[in-house]
Write a protein that binds this ligand. Structure first.
Ligand code: DCP
Ligand code: MG
Length: 464
């Protein structure tokens, strides 16, 4: 199918839609410079194998310049981007001759370590990340084993983050190779979300030569599951309203937050698929799993749930901001830190938690990265407490001149209760609590970015 051509399955009116745009890089021959790579569209060799997991999913594919989208797309505003076989893909930039071969990053097969990333060719043999290298060798003796270069991966991650920052003011790097973008409100500037997603993924691949996939949906959870389904080199869109049906055929384990422990507990009740989980009432799940049951009920329907953070497997909460252009504007930096504190603060309160340790990350233009942490005397869930700490840490970490490419705020040391409020005088405590409750309520209603506290909107940082 030629670039620019729009193909649509006539099954699209079944209530689902999926956009799958595929591309691959063409090596220019001589240079490894990412800039010299070009893109072309390609149709997946075995699309049915990947779409097989979503049998009732109507789809249209190979849209280079997406335009004919229907109204449901308007509410699909969260894009999850995840790099394909990230560490392997970075290694392949320097060793293109290994492309198409089973490649494993993590170390040599006689070492005691584990696989950190496996190429899709190696995965066909059952090799996957977190598997002991020795097991990987048994499953795929012909695989090429490479040592990892973590600093390099961090640099490529930053390059990707800088591209993402051009498409939305709200980019959350969730890990070294994945990010959520809030595309709501960027429509006027960049066009419909599906078209933006397509453009963005193409730009990442054309400028870095690293393959990636995306998922577009109305919630973070659905966007993440969708990008997983899209891999490799794909884009899947789940229109608002079709989340439960999109999730239904998938294994329960595909839901972010459902780890080994929950999965085997669910299996004990005969639940293997999300469809089977959807049969359970909220009351029944709460009976079985307590508060986690509420989260499971919501997750099975594609609704984001910050109860995720009380899952034993989640121990930290962070938000980063990569600047489109490196900056040393103190007002912009302070405003961004205020914004990040509001983000982590809201998520902490949504989860009914308090955090004890606050970590600031500062990345300089040359990719040098430093982190500074402070542990509070008592845990807190207040933006203002986080911000004060973060600004103190920032004053130690940054002397006011060097250009910065990223700042981030992370919280750890969660607990369900707090003594922090008792350290404040009662009037001030009431005021802060009321403010947090009101802003949270409004944000739940209108979306986080619609309501910013003074410090992150004006150029002045919020100081209470
Ligand atoms: N990683 C790691 N140890 C793990 C899992 C992952 O060090 N147990 C690193 C290596 C990965 C990177 O994080 O390349 C991103 O993790 P992903 O889960 O996104 O895995 P990949 O990017 O390798 O593959 P996929 O195409 O499935 O995203
Ligand atoms: Mg990845």
């Amino acid at each position: 199918m030629a670039p620019g051509h729009v193909g649509r399955s006539n099954r699209q009116n079944t209530g689902f839609a999926c956009d799958r745009t595929n591309w691959e890089s063409i090596e220019p021959g001589k240079s490894n410079s990412p800039k010299s790579y070009k893109l072309k569209l390609r149709i997946l060799p075995r699309p049915s194998a990947i779409l097989g997991a979503m049998p009732r999913l109507a789809h249209f594919r190979a849209k280079h310049d997406a335009h004919a989208v229907n109204a449901a797309e308007a509410s699909a505003a969260i894009l999850h981007v995840d790099m394909d076989a990230f560490f392997v893909s970075v290694e392949l930039l320097a060793r293109p001759e290994l492309k198409g071969k089973p490649v494993v990053v993590g170390g040599q097969p006689d070492q005691r370590g584990v696989v950190t990333s496996a190429s899709y060719e190696a995965r066909r043999f059952g090799v996957h990340s977190a598997m002991p290298l020795r097991t990987a060798r048994k499953l795929c003796p012909q695989a090429i084993f490479l040592d990892g270069h973590h600093e390099l991966y961090g640099q490529w991650s930053d390059r990707v983050a800088a591209i993402l920052a051009k498409y939305s003011p709200i980019v959350e790097m969730a890990s070294i190779d994945e990010a959520y973008l809030d595309l709501a409100g960027t429509e006027r500037l960049h066009g419909p979300p599906l078209s933006v997603a397509n453009k963005l993924l193409c730009e990442i691949t054309s400028t870095t030569s690293l393959p990636c996939s995306g998922g577009l949906g109305a919630s973070r959870l659905v966007a993440k599951v969708a990008s997983d389904q899209a891999k490799p080199r794909g884009l899947v869109w789940v229109p608002a309203g079709s989340e439960p049906a999109f999730l239904a055929p998938l294994a329960a384990r595909r839901i972010p937050g459902i780890g080994k422990v929950t999965d085997s507990a669910l299996k004990a009740f005969g639940v293997e698929t999300i469809a089977q989980l959807q049969v359970f009432s909220q009351e029944r799940l709460e009976e079985l799993f307590g508060r986690w049951g509420t989260a499971l009920y919501r997750k099975a329907r594609g609704i984001d749930s910050y109860e995720f953070f009380v899952d034993a497997e989640a121990k930290s909460l962070s938000h980063n901001q990569t600047f489109g252009t490196d900056t040393n504007d103190p007002e912009k930096l302070h405003a961004t830190l205020s914004y990040l504190c509001q983000k982590v603060g809201k998520r902490t309160r949504d989860a009914g938690l308090h955090a004890r340790t606050i970590t600031l990350t500062v990345r300089f233009a040359n990719f040098d990265t430093i982190t500074r942490s402070h542990t509070l005397a008592e845990p807190s869930d207040l933006d203002s407490v986080f911000l004060k700490t973060v600004l103190d840490l920032f004053a130690q970490a940054w002397r006011g001149k060097a250009l910065l490419r990223l700042v981030g705020v992370a919280l750890t040391g969660f607990s369900a209760g707090s003594g922090q409020l008792d350290l404040l005088d009662p009037g001030r405590r009431d005021k802060l609590e009321r403010l947090a409750r009101t802003t949270d309520r409004l944000r739940d209603k209108f979306g986080f970015s619609k309501l910013q506290l003074g410090g992150s909107l004006s150029k002045r940082p919020e100081r209470e």
